[in-house]
Design a protein around this ligand. Structure first.
Ligand SMILES: Cc1cc2nc3c(=O)[nH]c(=O)nc-3n(C[C@H](O)[C@H](O)[C@H](O)COP(=O)(O)O)c2cc1C
Length: 380
């Protein structure tokens, strides 16, 4: 099956099937302390933040890369970009491999820039394609195609391993990513697709010069699960049964965010994977992300309810974030890094077992990271 037709199948599948992990993000083990006397008006709260590369967003939210690559899904990129433009949030397109293979499909991505001249847009390419021949030339073409502000390189080894026609080719990927990141003048964001970046991988990339990450952790859309469902629908039973790997393998989002921040204190981090509402957004930010990312809910709202339903979703989430910052006693999104946070139960235990001193992280480490950020943004 061609890369292009697979995109249409994926969109149809995830819009209606149960493709989210049974395993949790572990957000339920995070509580921001309520401040019953915020000391400011709700209207004083400013949600604007810098995206990687320095452009400003009006709210700390990104619709992460999903689609493009077939004429039937072009309208999805169009509407997602329109909503990004309207609300001043960031948006990624899906893997641009299809258009790099067949340039006649470029319009299914570039439509995003046409309808969103001012939005922060992120290009997208897969690590296995880099490992097997793509290089700076293709990356630059992907960026140029949508006049992107940054490019995401996705790591999806589990999905490739269980996809019928997958290509689990990861030999030499680190060197390729580092080479591209050092030679392209736009920020490179290394992202997962729903099984989560790990402390070790973020550390390796960060030390090699990569400065932006999207953790895309476990607990939301799970591409191993989606591929198994797709294979079952086609063949009666999956060609490659996954055992528990399709539901219980991966780094939960809450863990992945903290781990990434611990080893990449000055990096720009998108907290994503199972973010479903404003409360989840403030939780990932309070744990150390710069902005939150979300894919499936935006797609489902649009495909099942149309543009108005997508607008409603985004505006509600932004309002929820604003209220949550207010109720945490903050004036800006950055204040969430100072807000008292209770991390308990399994999340605390997992983080400690992974070498994170949770109390120190919450009390001191986030503040240090915040100071660096403020210094950088004010040009010191
Ligand atoms: C329909 C669909 C297509 C996706 N395609 C891509 C892709 O091409 N490239 C990519 O980096 N991630 C892709 N993703 C992964 C998302 O960007 C995101 O990391 C993941 O879905 C987890 O977020 P969620 O739980 O909010 O959906 C896709 C997700 C969906 C739902």
């Amino acid at each position: 099956m061609s890369t292009s037709s697979r995109k249409v199948e994926h969109v149809r599948l995830v819009a209606s099937s149960k493709v989210e992990s049974s395993e949790s993000t572990l957000f339920e083990f995070v509580r921001l302390v309520h401040n019953p006397m915020p000391g400011l008006d709700l209207s004083d709260v400013d949600l604007s933040v810098s995206f990687c590369g320095g452009r400003r967003l009006r709210a700390p939210l990104m619709i992460t890369g999903m689609t493009g690559g077939h004429p039937d899904v072009s309208w999805i990129n169009e509407k997602l970009a329109m909503v990004a433009e309207e609300f001043g949030i960031a948006m990624g397109v899906g893997s641009q491999r299809a258009a790099l293979e067949d340039p006649s499909l470029s319009e299914t991505y570039s439509i995003a820039r046409r309808v969103a001249p001012n939005a922060v847009l992120v290009a997208n390419i897969g690590a296995p394609q880099l490992a097997r021949g793509y290089g700076v030339r293709e990356v630059l073409r992907a960026i140029e195609m949508i006049d992107a502000d940054a490019i995401a390189i996705h790591l999806n080894p589990g999905q490739e391993a269980f996809q019928d026609e997958g290509e689990p080719l990861y030999r030499g990927v680190l060197e390729k990513i580092v080479d591209v990141a050092s030679r392209v003048d736009k920020p490179v964001i290394v992202k997962e697709v729903g099984t989560g970046l790990s402390r070790e991988v973020v550390a390796e990339l960060y030390q090699a010069g990569v400065e932006c990450f999207d953790v895309a952790g476990l607990g939301g859309t799970n591409w191993v699960k989606a591929e198994v469902i797709r294979s079952r629908a086609k063949h009666g039973s999956p060609l490659k049964p996954a055992g528990g790997l399709d539901d219980y393998w991966g780094n939960p989002t809450a863990v992945a965010v903290v781990e990434a921040r611990v080893v990449a204190p000055r990096a720009f981090i998108v907290g994503s994977g199972g973010v479903r509402n404003g409360l989840d957004v403030v939780k990932v930010i309070a744990l150390g992300a710069d902005v939150a990312g979300m894919a499936l809910p935006a797609l489902r709202a649009l495909v099942n309810g149309g543009y108005e339903s997508l607008r409603k979703l985004i505006s509600s989430i932004i309002y929820q974030v604003k209220v949550a910052v207010f109720l945490a006693g903050g004036r800006s999104v950055k204040d969430l890094w100072k807000a008292p946070v209770v991390v308990h139960g399994r999340l605390r235990e997992e983080l400690e077992l992974r070498g994170v001193n949770v109390d120190e992280y919450i009390r001191e480490y986030r503040l240090k990271a915040l100071l660096w950020r403020v210094k950088r943004e004010s040009g010191y």
